[in-house]
Ligand binder design. Sequence first.
Ligand code: ZN
Length: 120
Amino acid sequence: MKKLHLCSVCGFEGLEEPVFVEGEYLKTYEICPCCGFEYGFSEDNDVIHGFITIPEEFIEVAFQLYRKKWIEEGIKIFNPESIPDDKRNQEFLKFDILVKNLKNLKLDLSNFEIKGFEDF
Ligand SMILES: [Zn+2]
């Protein structure tokens, strides 16, 4: 089985191509089946920011903006069939799975000013 890669936005291990290779951001135009982030597109089109395009060194900013929006809007799965039944409630990711996935990204969850994350 092909090795899958972590999504830098939601932590789901389901990308066919890595987001970074040797520190370089790849615009793969692959869409994460979990959070729906499209690498190479979403950072400039699906987040609201003051830039026309996000400079590559600030790509993490776009990830954070998208992640926050996605979580606050209810962690709706982009392509539910690609996520096992026990990890979701219909088309929504289970919250404990979200937390587990985010921990894969080694994010500091105590820093999240997002509803539902007050207890971390
Ligand atoms: Zn994702």
